[in-house]
Design a protein around this ligand. Sequence first.
Ligand code: GLC
Ligand code: CA
Length: 562
Amino acid sequence: MMKKKWWHGKTAYQIYPKSFYDSNGDGIGDIPGIIEKLDYLQELGIEILWISPVYVSPCADQGYDIADYYGIDPMFGTMEDMDRLLVEAKKRGIAILMDLVVNHCSDEHEWFQKALEDPDGEYGKYFYIEEMKDGKGPTNWRSYFGGEVWEPIPGTNKCYLHVFHKKQPDLNWENPKVRKEICKMVNWWLDKGLAGFRIDAIINIKKPEKFECYEADRDDGLCSMDEVLIHAKGVGEFLGELRDKAFAPHDALTIGEVFNVSDEEMKDFIGENGYFSSMFDFRETIEGKSVLGWYDCSIPTPDDYKKCCFESQAYSEGLGYLSNIIENHDEPRGVSHYLPKEAQNETGKKLLAAMYFMLKGLPFIYQGQELGMENNKNWSLDEIDDCSTMGEYQRCLDIGYSEADALAAVAHYSRDNARTPFQWDDSEHAGFTKGCPWLVVNGNYKDINAKDQTSRGDSVFAFYKELIGLRKNPKYAETIIYGKTEPVLVDESNIMAYFRRGEGQNLFVIGNFDHERRIVTVEELAVSWKEPVVLINNYEGARIENGTITLEPLQALVVAEN
Ligand code: GLC
Ligand code: CA
């Protein structure tokens, strides 16, 4: 039996501060804006908040390039605002997680500035600085955002490593001084009263022992970081140190952004005494991705989706507690990605909500997901801000796409889809700002906004509230939190169905992704369920008779055995 933790039964919410709520009219969301909206989050039932970076940053990668780990960027507010947020959140029973971004810092961080001044000096050793040969870096690795990972240092024959943007130099974790600095910083924030961290891009902190070239996987002669990471062994030593010297003494809640780790290694990450409390399940988001780039990706079908969910549930069972998402600030909007086109309506959105929310694990809601916010349908190139999208766009041009085709090819995956301002109401700029928003507002804000959704009992918002409420209901909580997930009807296309098996209690979850009515039979319901009680339903009525369930198009049900 898994050791119970205070956070297992909660619901978490991710805020992307720049786009959440602008309190002072400069077009950029900020910490006072978050404080103003805490009541809204409390009303929804949120008890854990992950806040994407608000540290000092030149924003080459929207705050994921940190120039001062101990400071709040003026565009987001002040340290007093941050302290006030901690106090106000606590009053409402909400724990705060910040983003821990320590694979890299900003090139404007003091450490890197000093490294540039004297690459052979003390701070040069905080980074990966290498000699160039024939104007080239030592390896053929491709950065996540496109292009080589090596950037020349002007006025020298040297270059530095950046696996993300060139304004995000990688910190050298082999250097004990770097680890000590990071540990000190993590402790400083935890001492302040943070509950913990979401941990960014953390698998990248370990590099292969030798800097070698690997087989190219595109015609640019470079190889992807996925390949590079296969050759990097021993990340656990660094992570164990961080756990022992910072996380564990504070009993911090830590959620890892963990890619590129095999199922077998999971236990080390989130098992008993793992490096982290939990990690995101990215199996669904990875499905359909291509090493060639976004233009070559395919969108998962509902059957792909359920397969991924069930695989993750199966391997994590008895091993650790995953964190479940349908989207975040790096992914398309879940409802635009996992739902077939004709299912992208309120009923379909509730269906997807119920399917992922009832899985075992800690559910995260990304801001706007609770309203059913969608991808932006009409991107023009000059509205795109995200560096990753621009890299993928360039890639399309490189292989001969026209500008229009290139934009069309990257629009669905653009990280800006999730980053458009939160839609608060139907007034100008969706009520996000009184000024000019830093990123275009989705054109559908008059139809999809919080003001409307919170006033209607049949809204997507109301449905999420019900799901969150059910998770806290003492009658079912134990099963929802700890019950084993057991898939059924796995070969029924477009039907996703599973039991949650608790101690002496069973729940049954079923959804129909089809645009037609479906009738399915689950023997167990007929044989041993006396009187099924419908707990969640995105329709008015439900038809369950002798184990035969009639599901309307896009209907979702959560049923208890009585
Ligand atoms: C993570 C973040 C992403 C960022 C990257 C580099 O994947 O979620 O937004 O660009 O790390 O920090
Ligand atoms: Ca602002």
